[in-house]
Design a protein around this ligand. Structure first.
Ligand code: ZN
Length: 413
């Protein structure tokens, strides 16, 4: 068994190091402070006995646990990110340990009257009787994704200390800047050299994900013509009205606030407007590739229609693909999901297989040649002061990693 105290100690040592990513920086890592944890992790991997521990110029860490069997087994990888979200501060995190959680309100901060309550966050009730790690209400926790890092390191340590568990070669990868969408950008898939991998970056215990959105961003620029309003008849073109027509021509109920499950959407996320120019910012999301392409066409068609009505190039729409559904890359190697599901079942964890309404680093990695489903890391309420993680879920995630390694070795290649 993996000890609770050991997990708590390791996790706490990570979250108390500030690694907030900076979306305004072009460097990698985006914030220099991410090196503080990166360097510590590289040292720790060496200390527990991992081999080929490398940390590159961009703070990407890789390490190897060699195979302990004499036959050929596929090389598998486990990946997580050590940066935290810029949505909320990650400086001076003071983790609180709530033992034997009683199912009632948790006062995070008495002075500021900040309460973590199951009335609002019902998921808390899943963990009655367990040990929770919370914030003190003034920062995020960083379980996203230092829980994942902690689980991977702990699983490798466990496998090293229990050589009776047979496994093939295992690669470990820790990345910076996932929270600003760049975690996979400089990930050297070839150097990693795994047949497939798992990101340990999901939330609730049991989560197993291999479908995500196809994603694009669109910028719609509408040009107007400014004339003195007193003399504007037949001359002024008010870009804001044309933009409004554009907005109203898209299906009003295919928006985030009206969709769930596999339903896609157009999301208007920003408008800036004056008579002369209005700019609309959209994101387009759909799990289905054909529907995704159709959504982009709808926008292009609408642009052409309005242009033929108001004059050439009044509207210029620029659409850029952002990422794709990993399902296309994972389905042909579906056994990698099956192994994870089997591992959970053997550990009495109910697998929660669902489509992500977002993206993961794994979706980018899957298109870079490393099929990469996502597994729970255990935390809840990411990116804010109400973030928490049950220690029992972290232990289970650690066991899932060990079990996947074991099952992969049993399957032989
Ligand atoms: Zn994450």
């Amino acid at each position: 068994m993996i000890s609770k105290d050991h997990i708590i100690k390791r996790f706490t040592s990570y979250v108390t190091i500030d690694t907030e990513a900076d979306p305004n920086s072009k460097s990698t890592p985006s914030s220099a402070k991410q090196w503080d944890l990166a360097n510590k992790l590289a040292e720790e991997l060496k200390a527990i006995g991992m081999e080929d521990v490398t940390i590159d110029d961009n703070a990407y860490i890789m390490a190897t646990l060699p195979s302990n069997v004499d036959y050929k087994v596929p090389t598998i990888g486990f990946i997580s990110h050590f940066d935290t979200s810029p949505d909320f501060t990650g400086a001076n995190v003071k983790p609180q340990i709530i033992e034997n959680y009683d199912g009632k309100d948790i006062v995070l901060n008495e002075a500021e009257d900040i309460v973590l309550s199951p009335d609002y966050f019902e998921d808390l009730l899943l963990y009655k009787g367990q040990t929770l790690i919370t914030t003190d209400g003034t920062t995020l926790l960083g379980a996203d994704d230092k829980a994942g890092v902690c689980e991977i390191v702990s699983a490798m340590e466990y496998l090293i200390n229990h050589p009776k568990i047979k496994h093939g070669k295992i690669r470990v990868g820790f990345t910076p800047d996932e929270e600003i969408g760049r975690g996979a950008h400089k990930f050297d898939v070839e150097k990693f050299g795994a047949d497939w991998a798992y990101t340990m970056d999901g939330s609730q215990i049991g989560e197993l994900e291999y479908e995500n959105f196809n994603a694009a961003g669109a910028v719609v620029k509408v040009k107007g013509k400014i004339v003195h309003p007193g003399y504007a008849k037949g001359k002024m073109i008010n870009s804001m009205y044309i933009a409004q027509e554009f907005i109203n021509s898209l299906p009003r109920f295919e928006t985030p606030e009206h969709t769930e499950g596999y339903e896609g959407f157009f999301h208007l996320c920003g408008i800036t407007g004056k008579v002369e120019e209005t700019v609309l910012e959209y994101i387009i999301r759909d799990h289905d590739r054909e529907h995704f392409e159709a959504r982009k066409e709808v926008m292009e068609k609408l642009t052409n229609e309005l242009n033929s009505q108001y004059g050439k190039e009044v509207i210029v729409t620029e659409i850029k693909d952002q990422y794709y559904n990993m399902k296309e890359k994972v389905e042909p190697v579906k056994h990698i999901v099956d192994i994870a599901e089997e591992a959970m079942k053997q550990l009495n964890i109910k697998p929660l297989i669902k489509a992500i309404r977002g993206g993961t680093d794994g979706s980018q990695l899957s298109y870079m040649g490393l099929p990469c489903p996502n597994i729970f890391a255990g935390g809840h309420n990411f990116h804010g002061r109400y973030e928490y993680v049950p220690v029992e879920s972290m232990i289970k995630a650690t066991e899932v990693i060990c079990k996947i390694a074991e099952l992969t070795a049993q399957k032989k290649s």
